[in-house]
Design a protein around this ligand. Structure first.
Ligand code: CP
Ligand code: NVA
Length: 298
């Protein structure tokens, strides 16, 4: 049976472990091996939102695995003119061997996956960004040897695709996840209930105490531009800056999925400091997604 990746909870903890081992090998052997599991295969990359990292890492990743990537601008597809998602899924399944999709509503990706006979990978929806967070966990493991037991504090929108995917990750791997967010953007209670390793803290300094990793994301996610004024105000106290870094472990690292806005969610002094590992993190998108595609697309 085909397997999709719509959210991190589609994978077991063991499968995530397997993904990390394969990612490590693929990274080490990049350019040296003839590992071409996508040889003769075409992968559709549907994008309804902007992208730098995701688009480029998937296009390069498919090519390096021997496959043919097809970039598809969703606004130029017939689905934008009223063709149904199920019909689109059925047609694309006749041509392609896998679909990677970035769009708005998560339920559209669920509908696409339910009607496609080929694997579907979520490359970001309003609700989840699993490829990013799998990469982030891999990056944490590279720096610390393991993810288990580490403390990661996420600053900002506790209901964003990034925060939601970290919550899902902490449901699979026992690391400590603290979400530092204002009341109106705290993670939904029913979403985190029952997991003692996941908590919300409205106090940004208390949240950061003894953290191994600080993480933030844009205050205004794609599709939420209408809320910009309110968001820029309410998230102000949650900027990752030198005052936060001061209360963390001395070995703390700073992560960001990027793109970043210096002076908003992160100060330039942290973003451009030696504790920032954001470009290693960005590079790892390529290696993690190659491993993921080679596990899912057979
Ligand atoms: N982090 C991330 O998904 O970046 P892009 O929006 O550039 O793809
Ligand atoms: N939360 C951000 C992530 C960008 C990679 C957004 O959805 O715009």
């Amino acid at each position: 049976m085909k397997k999709d990746l719509l959210t991190i909870t589609d994978m077991t903890g063991d499968e995530i472990g397997e993904l990390f081992e394969l990612t490590e090998k693929i990274k080490r052997e990049r350019g040296k091996s003839d590992f071409k599991p996508l040889s003769g295969k075409s992968i559709g990359l549907i994008f309804a939102k902007s992208s730098t990292r995701t688009r480029v890492s998937f296009e390069v990743g498919v090519t390096e695995l021997g496959g043919n990537p097809l970039y598809l601008d969703q606004s130029k597809m017939q689905v934008g003119r009223g063709e149904t998602v199920p019909d689109t899924a059925k047609v694309l399944s006749r041509f392609l061997h896998g679909i990677v999709i970035r769009t708005f509503a998560h339920k559209d990706v669920e509908e696409l996956a339910a009607n496609a006979s080929i694997p579907v990978i979520n490359a970001l929806t309003d609700e989840y960004h699993p490829c990013q967070i799998l990469t982030d966990l891999f990056t944490m493991r590279e720096y610390c040897g393991k993810v288990e037991g580490l403390k990661l504090v996420f600053y900002g929108d506790g209901r964003s695709n990034i925060a939601n995917s970290f919550v899902n990750a902490a449901k699979r791997i026992p690391f400590e996840l603290v979400i530092a967010a204002p009341e109106e953007f705290r993670p939904r209670e029913d979403f985190i209930r029952g997991y003692s390793n996941i908590s919300w803290d409205p106090d940004p300094i208390r949240a950061g105490r003894d953290a191994d990793f600080l993480y933030t994301d844009v205050w205004v996610s794609m599709g939420f531009e209408k809320e910009s004024a309110e968001r820029l105000k309410v998230f102000q106290p949650y900027q990752v800056n030198d005052a936060v870094v001061k209360v963390c472990k001395p070995t703390v690292k700073f992560m960001h999925c990027l793109p970043a806005h210096r002076g908003q969610e992160v100060s330039a002094s942290v973003m451009d400091s030696p504790i920032s590992i954001v470009f290693d993190e960005a590079e790892n998108r390529l290696h993690t997604q190659k491993a993921l595609m080679s596990m899912l697309i057979r």
